[in-house]
Ligand binder design. Sequence first.
Ligand code: NCD
Length: 306
Amino acid sequence: MIKHLRSAGDLDAATATLILDTAAEMAALSGREVKKLPALRGRTVVNLFYEDSTRTRISFEAAAKRLSADVINFSAKGSSVSKGESLKDTALTLQAMGADAVVIRHSASGAPHRLSNWVDGSVVNAGDGTHEHPTQALLDAYTMRSRLGRLDGLKVAVVGDVLHSRVARSNVLLLSTLGAEVTLVGPPTLIPLDVVAALSKTTKVSYDLDSVLPDSDVVMMLRVQTERMQDSFFPSAREYSRRYGLDVTRMRKLPEHAIVMHPGPMNRGMEIAPEVADSPRSTIVEQVANGVSVRMAVLYLLLGGK
Ligand code: NCD
């Protein structure tokens, strides 16, 4: 087993499949009245969140607690980070406390890599800048596999603000490893062709959502990340929504069995219409539930739980 999960590229097909299979076993637990396993009793997991998060932070906390680990939640707001403490000094503090795993979210791409040089425990990337978010890709793959029965040969359209999306990068890497066919769709200004080429040779690009939908098993909508945009990448929100938003009329172009995904948080009415987000095709709430099982599997396997 690998020691850290810093990138979806750390995972070969066998390791990724082992994580998904282990997550399925963990999911069986959530149906029980007592949702706890003693697997990580006595181990310490630190959640180190320098960026805002709802789903990912809660989900890692629930995952570690269900495995009986001791959990320390650290958020940059209200800590010595606001006094200017560096990541390295914070890491040395965690090291002194004997953290077995550090789950980190940071606005700087590459922060988890740096951190893994400073601590002895396992490092899990919970989102670093615009770079990667490997556990999101794992929970997305888990959701696709449980809804559609397979990943190999699955046609997945990832739509929207690819440029700023760590979710898209990790999905391209993991889905390519697992044999799915990914097409990135969005305005040319939001699809970095050089990055796409470096990530995967098989990933396709399209600027026309309507032509991609009829041939997709999965459509994954990305949030338009205005907080990361220094320039203007499209004429207006309305124009963006008209060309790349998924509304009910567009959703009808999908094959009968196709599912609609979104990592959250959503801009309802921008990249996705409320009626689509709340439709039976949408797996958005399921993705959140699956996130706990997948993160349990990741912590369990990285820490060699028994
Ligand atoms: C994503 C993230 O933070 O990268 N959200 C998440 O983790 N569920 C996507 C986003 O912020 O749009």
